[in-house]
Structures are given as structure tokens and as C-alpha cells.
Ligand binder design. Structure first.
Ligand code: CMP
Length: 153
């Protein structure tokens, strides 16, 4: 089953929105398979955001992402990478459509509350930065049969 790395950023933790936003993913029927709270170090930030390190906004991004704890998670499900990205909306909360998570709760380009992998390659690169293989649980919710028909998963 496809997996995606979803990180509730420091603004989300500081604003007390983790539970509310996590609920949206749970209510959608996405399967939570790993979760922990941690502080992102500058070294981890440089690995996670390697493609942005040379960009003008990187210094501010690193200060932001290391400023307070984050909640790191992995969700699993069919097409889960695309589904989570669509639930988040556009990168900037100022541009994200109403009804998306960023559209409803963020008014910032940088403080956009939640990060999610944008491709299978990104997910495969990002998940091991935060989780050891044994921290990702392989489990089947009892109600899975009421979220998807046989053969859909
Ligand atoms: P994320 O999806 O985690 O990926 C890269 C992050 O960099 C992004 O969310 C924002 O938090 C931040 N970001 C992207 N573009 C900008 C920008 N133009 N100015 C400041 N921060 C940005």
C-alpha cells in the first residue's frame, strides 16, 4: 500500500491544530501507520529540504521548522500521496482553495501548517529521515471493510 510522509509543522503544533487536522485525515479514512513528536535539527532540515537549500527563503524556512516541535507521521492508503496533497491545497495558505486544510487554516506561504510528500520518490526519501523501518506499523483496522470495497485497496 502507498505511504506518504506527513509532518505537522511548528506553526500547527504551536496553534494547537494538530488534533483538528489529524482528524481530517482519519475521517477521510487514511490509515495512520507511524507517529512521533520531535524537534527537527538544522542538519535534518538540510536533508529534508535539500532541494530548497540554495533558495532565498531557505534560511527562514530552517529557522521556522526548527523553532518548535513537529509531529511526524506516515499515512498509508491507495493513492495516499495525491489524496493528502489535495486535502492540503496549494503551498501558500493565501492561494489554497477554501475547504482545503491550508485554505481553511493558513494565511502564509511559509507557515502552511503541514508538509506532505509530493511523489513516491519524495516519500521514499523523506520517511527514513524521521522513522526507522520498525517504527512503521503494518496493521489492518477492524473497520477497513467499511471504508473501501474489496479490491480497491
Ligand atoms: P513544504 O510543503 O513543507 O515544502 C517546502 C516549504 O518551504 C513549504 O512547504 C513552505 O513552508 C516553504 N516555502 C515554500 N515557498 C516559500 C516561499 N516562497 N517563501 C517562504 N517559504 C516558502
Amino acid at each position: 500500500m502507498e505511504q506518504t510522509y506527513v509532518m505537522f509543522k511548528p506553526d500547527c503544533v504551536e496553534r494547537g491544530l494538530v488534533g483538528r487536522i489529524l482528524s481530517r485525515f482519519e475521517e477521510k479514512g487514511l490509515r495512520l501507520v507511524a507517529m512521533k513528536m520531535l524537534r527537527v535539527t538544522p542538519a535534518m532540515a538540510k536533508v529534508h529540504y535539500a532541494e530548497h537549500v540554495e533558495k532565498p527563503f531557505y534560511k527562514g524556512l530552517e529557522e521556522f521548522i526548527t523553532a518548535s516541535p513537529v509531529v511526524a507521521t506516515v499515512f498509508a492508503g491507495p493513492e495516499v500521496i495525491r489524496v493528502v496533497r489535495e486535502m492540503l491545497g496549494a503551498t501558500s495558505g493565501l492561494k489554497a482553495a477554501a475547504g482545503t486544510i491550508r485554505g481553511d487554516y493558513s494565511a502564509s506561504r511559509q507557515m502552511n501548517l503541514v508538509h506532505a510528500s509530493d511523489s513516491p520518490e519524495s516519500a521514499a526519501r523523506e520517511i527514513p529521515i524521521y522513522f526507522r523501518p520498525e517504527e512503521i506499523l503494518n496493521w489492518d483496522p477492524s473497520l477497513a471493510c467499511w471504508y473501501q470495497a474489496p479490491g480497491e485497496a
